[in-house]
Design a protein around this ligand. Structure first.
Ligand SMILES: [Zn+2]
Length: 221
C-alpha cells in the first residue's frame, strides 16, 4: 500500500510547468519502442520516460515537439494529441480505480448497496464511497449529500455494471470503503481523474467531493 512512497524520494521535473516534485506525484510519459508515447501510470514499463503533472495543461505543453525533443534527447517521438493521450490515461486511471476497489472487496474492507453504505456512513466507519456514475439521479444525489454532510469523499467514475462486477453482485449503485489505506489511494486516483477530465466535461457533477482532505497527507497509519 506504500508503493508510491517507495519511489517518492527521486525528484523529477514536469515537462509542462517545470515544477519539481517527488516522482510519485507525477505521471510518467513513456517513449515506446517505435517512438509511440504512452502514459505509464505504474511507472514500470521499460524505456525512456519523461514526467508531467496529472494536468491537461501540463500535458499539452509536455507533448509539444520542443519539450519532447529535449526530454527524449533527440530520439524521435510520434506526435499524439493531448486528447488522445488523456483518453488513454483516463482508461488506465479507471482501471486502477477498479482494481483498487476489487482489492478492497477481497480484503473485506468494503460494504455494498444503499442500506449498508448508509449504515456505515452513519456509524462513522466509512472512509470513501464509490458512486455509480450512471445510477439514478435522485438516488445518487441523496447519497452524495449524505457523504458531504459527513465529509466522506466520494467518486463517481465507474458504472453500475462496473461496481456490480467488482462486488460480484450483478449491478451495484454504491460501494463503500471502510479502510483508511484503500480510501487514501482512492482519493489520489479521484483527484487525478478530476484534474484531467471529469470536472471539465461535467461541471455539474463533481466526481470527487471536497471531503476530508486531511486524509491525503502522508500521516499514514
Ligand atoms: Zn506540471
Amino acid at each position: 500500500m506504500k508503493r508510491t512512497e517507495e519511489v517518492s524520494e527521486r525528484i523529477r521535473t514536469c515537462l509542462g510547468c517545470r515544477r519539481q516534485l517527488p516522482q510519485g506525484e507525477f505521471l510518467r510519459i513513456l517513449r515506446g519502442p517505435d517512438g509511440v508515447l504512452v502514459p505509464d501510470l505504474k511507472k514500470r514499463l521499460p524505456g525512456r520516460g519523461g514526467y508531467a503533472c496529472f494536468d491537461r495543461q501540463c500535458l499539452q505543453e509536455a507533448l509539444s515537439p520542443t519539450r519532447l525533443r529535449r526530454a527524449f534527447r533527440g530520439e524521435s517521438t510520434e506526435s499524439i494529441s493531448v486528447d488522445a493521450f488523456v483518453e488513454q490515461l483516463l482508461l488506465q486511471l479507471k482501471e486502477s480505480v477498479k482494481n483498487l476497489l476489487g482489492m478492497a472487496c477481497k480484503a473485506r474492507k468494503a460494504v455494498f448497496g444503499k442500506t449498508e453504505v448508509r449504515e456505515a456512513l452513519e456509524s462513522g466507519l466509512l472512509r470513501f464511497v464509490a458512486v455509480a456514475s450512471d445510477c439514478e439521479q435522485s438516488r445518487r444525489q441523496e447519497m452524495t449529500d449524505r457523504c458531504e454532510k459527513r465529509t466522506v469523499p466520494y467518486l463517481a467514475a465507474l458504472s453500475v455494471a462496473d461496481l456490480g462486477q467488482i462486488s460480484g453482485r450483478g449491478v451495484m449503485d454504491f460501494v463503500g470503503i471502510i479502510d483508511r489505506g484503500f480510501a487514501e489511494q482512492m482519493i489520489v486516483l479521484g483527484d487525478r481523474l478530476r484534474r484531467l477530465d471529469l470536472l471539465e466535461r461535467r461541471p455539474d457533477a463533481l466526481p470527487v467531493s471536497t471531503g476530508s482532505r486531511k486524509s491525503r497527507s502522508r500521516e499514514g497509519r
